[in-house]
Design a protein around this ligand. Structure first.
Ligand SMILES: O=C(O)CCC(=O)C(=O)O
Length: 330
């Protein structure tokens, strides 16, 4: 394939239509590619014959970590922890979902570079999070080589705090500290999303987009592009669960960093030191085929680190049961 813009994901290229003509896509891949290009998200059935059994085991194994009374249908499920980051490190089924080869091959084809999963989040309830783009948490150079795959682990109705998103927002300029006049490198935040909230609201108003809500059946998954604005709606019924797993993917031959704690314009990047979930091999930061040395971490989010440590303590308590060592997430 001749591609004048290898520094852009194929599905986000301005030459998408002409590239697609040279691309051997099945009808289903074609639909997914079009949806990602046009709307910034695409829904598909998660390709795993073992999925139902995996979901049962995940709910059983991770359930005790959240501190939620799942057995009582009337208990308020939103009172405990709402997420476990990187359960792939100790739970084989979380790992298998993240490392699903059919999904990795699909993403690699759609982006034009090898995809690799690097982070998982497991939720028993909705996050009720404000609209945000993952690009402030994880970005790449060249930009947009990141995506999320959100998997419904049960049928999800309107009262369970479903996922929402703004179709088309993936095309907006990627939010940076420079854009909002903030210095990020070395800063400390309670939440890495906080500084950008007003700017995202302003963009929503300026572009006049309306949000859509995702009401999936168990086993449906949604890919979101790096810059798609999304979040979790209010959970109307606190007695409900909303089991889901998000896996975040990067693509080979990029610099991986956290924009919330970076100032790109002056070369201050809070770079990430990543291991691919799929093969356990480190993925060095690279630019145009060469390793980029000088890994540096900025200060980062204190709240996130404290939260990570709290969850890790709980997981360690259960470690005997899982039989594997849990390590702190990046
Ligand atoms: O599942 C949700 O409610 C939102 C998840 C999310 O925003 C994320 O993982 O970035």
């Amino acid at each position: 394939m001749i591609n004048i813009f290898p520094g852009l994901p194929l599905i986000e290229s301005p030459l998408f239509s002409s590239l697609k003509a040279q691309w051997a896509l099945t009808p289903e891949e074609d639909r997914i590619a079009n949806d990602l290009h046009d709307k910034g998200y695409a829904v598909f059935n998660f390709p795993d014959n073992e999925l139902d059994n995996r979901i049962d085991r995940i709910r059983h194994n991770l359930g005790p970590v959240y501190g939620i009374d799942f057995d009582n249908p009337d208990s308020h499920k939103t009172m405990g922890e709402c997420r476990i980051q990187d359960a792939w490190r100790f739970d084989e089924d979380v790992c298998a979902i993240a490392a699903n080869q059919i999904v990795i091959d699909l993403l690699s084809k759609l982006y034009g570079r090898e995809a690799f999963p690097f982070q998982t989040l497991n939720f028993p309830v909705g996050t009720q999070q404000e609209a945000h783009s993952d690009s402030v948490h994880f970005s790449s150079l060249p930009e947009r080589f990141m995506c999320g795959v959100w998997l419904a682990m049960e049928d999800i109705g309107a009262d369970a705090g479903p996922l929402f998103y703004y179709p088309g927002s993936h095309r907006w300029p990627i939010m940076t500290n420079a854009m909002i006049g903030r210095r990020g490198y070395g800063s400390d935040l309670a939440s890495a999303q906080d500084p950008y909230g007003p700017a995202w609201i302003a963009l929503c108003n300026a572009y006049g987009l309306s949000r859509e809500v995702f009401l999936p059946r168990k086993g449906q998954a949604l890919i979101w592009c790096a810059n798609l604005l999304h979040g979790g709606t209010h959970q109307n019924d606190p007695r409900l669960t909303r089991w889901s797993q998000v896996t975040h993917y990067y693509f080979d031959d990029c610099i991986y960093y956290t924009p919330a704690f970076s100032d790109e314009s002056i070369g201050k990047l809070d770079m990430r030191d990543l291991v691919a979930i799929s093969d356990g091999v480190r993925r060095p930061n690279r630019y145009l085929g060469e390793d980029v040395p000088g890994l540096e971490r900025s200060v980062g989010s204190t709240a996130k680190k404290k939260h990570g440590r709290r969850i890790l303590k709980k997981i360690r308590k259960l470690r005997g049961k899982f039989g594997k060592k849990a390590t702190e997430s990046q």
